[in-house]
Design a protein around this ligand. Structure first.
Ligand SMILES: Cc1cc2nc3c(=O)[nH]c(=O)nc-3n(C[C@H](O)[C@H](O)[C@H](O)COP(=O)(O)O)c2cc1C
Length: 213
């Protein structure tokens, strides 16, 4: 058997949000899929038994999913994927808001709220079977696990090293807004690096009319 064949299965990347003993918890996952779409959309999450998030989901019976995008700060992946909530208040380190009583990332391609209906223990993982009880669409192109492995893993590792050395989470990236028409710059090139003759794609005014928020 050539187990590299399994690398050809594609996944997204997600941040799970849940609670344990009244405190926010969660981690990065890729093993998350939709299983059926009607009468109720259902999803499946595969979660490592040793993780705090696993215990938290069993306690709460519910979790959120924030779908990561190509604009997600690599630190977000490091924060939720390289350390345990047993050692850090992960949700305090990133821009976050709430879906009901559970935490979600401020920015994501979409958000789901999932209610566990059943679960099965495997050797190292728990498979959670869930109903989707709420869903919202956000913005951005989704980040795939393959792309993470190719281009993002190194950036996430660097961001985590800087975080460990400074003890401080990076400030969220500023928004650049056109003061004439309100367009919010959302390109992949950092705004500061755009050429001086770049113009607002909506109203055509020059780069200099943009303000940092
Ligand atoms: C890119 C990436 C993908 C991951 N995928 C999963 C996954 O599908 N399921 C899982 O349980 N853990 C996954 N993890 C591992 C957890 O995010 C990681 O062990 C985390 O530190 C657990 O934190 P916790 O103890 O606060 O739950 C992944 C980590 C990374 C970096």
């Amino acid at each position: 058997m050539d187990s590299k064949a399994l690398y050809q299965i594609s996944y997204g990347l997600y941040v799970v949000g849940t609670k344990i003993d009244g405190k926010d918890a969660g981690c990065v996952v890729d093993a998350f899929i939709q299983s059926t779409s009607s009468p109720v959309p259902t999803v499946i999450l595969c979660s490592i038994q040793a993780n705090q998030t696993n215990t938290a989901i069993k306690q709460t019976g519910e979790f959120t999913i924030s779908v990561l995008t190509k604009k997600t700060d690599p630190f977000v992946i490091a924060n939720f994927g390289f350390q345990s909530g047993r050692d850090a208040d992960k949700w305090a380190n990133v821009p976050a808001k709430r879906m009901g009583d559970l935490p979600i990332l401020e920015n994501a391609a979409a958000w789901l709220r999932c209610k566990v209906t059943d679960f099965k223990e495997l050797t190292t993982h728990t498979v959670f079977f869930c109903d989707v009880t709420d869903a919202m669409v956000g913005e951005g192109e989704v980040l795939t696990y393959g792309e993470y492995q190719k281009n993002w893993k190194g950036r996430a590792q660097e961001a985590f090293k800087a975080f460990r050395e400074s003890g401080k989470a990076p400030a969220p990236a500023p928004r650049w807004v056109c003061s004439i028409c309100g367009y919010v710059y959302d390109g992949t090139i950092p705004f500061e690096e755009l050429p001086e003759d770049w113009k607002c794609p909506i109203c055509g005014h020059p780069k200099s009319v943009f303000v940092k928020e």
